[in-house]
Design a protein around this ligand. Structure first.
Ligand SMILES: [Zn+2]
Length: 290
């Protein structure tokens, strides 16, 4: 926990560092749009050094095109490096939206997959010197047929063929070394806006559901719920509150947890505690099969 008003990067980083210290198997860190505006040296770079892969929901203002490493004939779109042979029609794609028909979602996904064929993908693991190799779309095994990369032209006709001119340099067949400093606030294991990205990011929705249960659906934890001083005391009380939330579906368990919260030093009123847990108990009782 960090005090309200403190920097987001500091709070998020301390959470990530705590998990790593406990030998957690967590390898991915899902960050909401608020972290789009956090400086790289206070969040993204330290998180990567801890061994996490970051997954973001990019704000429209953060998205866009940027030139790739000099002399490589590449460019960035939304944190993914592409060869310059990418057709212009695939430059600006809308991310998959929830509130559209299934057919529209599939259509948008097909366009993203068409763009994916031109992307640079990781060639090996991240090195201790913060570098990582990325393989171009026509480098073997190729995902494109490019006239400047003869081996790639042996692929079947079903593989997309670029419009590159033989003899003119292009960005299809390189292997490029990228560093942590290359757009760490946007790089993800998949293209932003794809189905894979949506499915991964929406794991965070499950966490938000827990918070909603904590604030409104089951308990009523708001400003003033705890009355005391010191981040240590707050942390302990939040722990008890989460325990109460976990037990709130059990009528017998709810009462004992209320006693524990008040006994730990909180001035939570008896009425509020009874109300927050009791209402849930009645509702759960109504939902439970008879
Ligand atoms: Zn090419």
């Amino acid at each position: 926990m960090t005090p309200a008003g403190s920097r987001k990067g500091t709070g998020g980083l301390s959470r990530g560092a705590g998990r790593r210290g406990k030998r957690s198997r967590s390898r991915q860190l899902i960050a909401d749009r608020a972290y789009n505006n956090v400086r790289n040296d206070t969040f993204a770079l330290p998180v990567w050094k801890l061994g996490y892969t970051t997954i973001y929901d990019l704000h429209p203002n953060r998205r866009g095109m940027h030139p790739g490493p000099e002399g490589t004939h590449t460019f960035w779109i939304d944190g993914v490096l592409y060869a310059d042979s990418l057709p212009e029609g695939l430059y600006d794609l809308d991310p998959i939206a929830i509130d559209v028909s299934k057919d529209d979602r599939e259509r948008v996904e097909r366009r993203h997959q068409a763009r994916q064929a031109y992307a640079y993908i990781p060639h090996d693991a991240r090195h201790p010197d913060e570098s990582r190799s990325y393989r171009g779309p026509a480098a073997q095994p190729g995902r494109l047929r490019c006239p400047n990369n003869p081996k790639s032209m042996r692929a079947p006709q079903s593989v997309p063929t670029t419009s590159c001119t033989r003899g003119e340099e292009c960005g299809c067949g390189h292997t490029i070394t990228l560093y942590d400093s290359d757009y760490p606030d946007m790089r993800m294991p998949f293209q932003h806006g794809t189905l894979a990205c949506e499915m991964s990011y929406h794991r965070r929705v499950g966490i938000e559901s827990v918070f909603a249960d904590l604030k409104q659906n089951r308990l009523h934890v708001h400003r003033g719920y705890f009355r005391g001083f010191g981040i240590g005391r707050y942390t302990v009380l939040v722990g008890f509150t989460f325990a109460a939330l976990t037990c709130s579906s059990c009528t017998t368990g709810s009462a004992s947890v209320c006693v524990s919260i008040r006994g730990a030093g909180s001035s939570v009123s008896r009425n509020r505690c009874a109300q927050s847990v009791g209402v849930v108990s009645q509702r759960d009782r109504a939902k439970s099969p008879r």
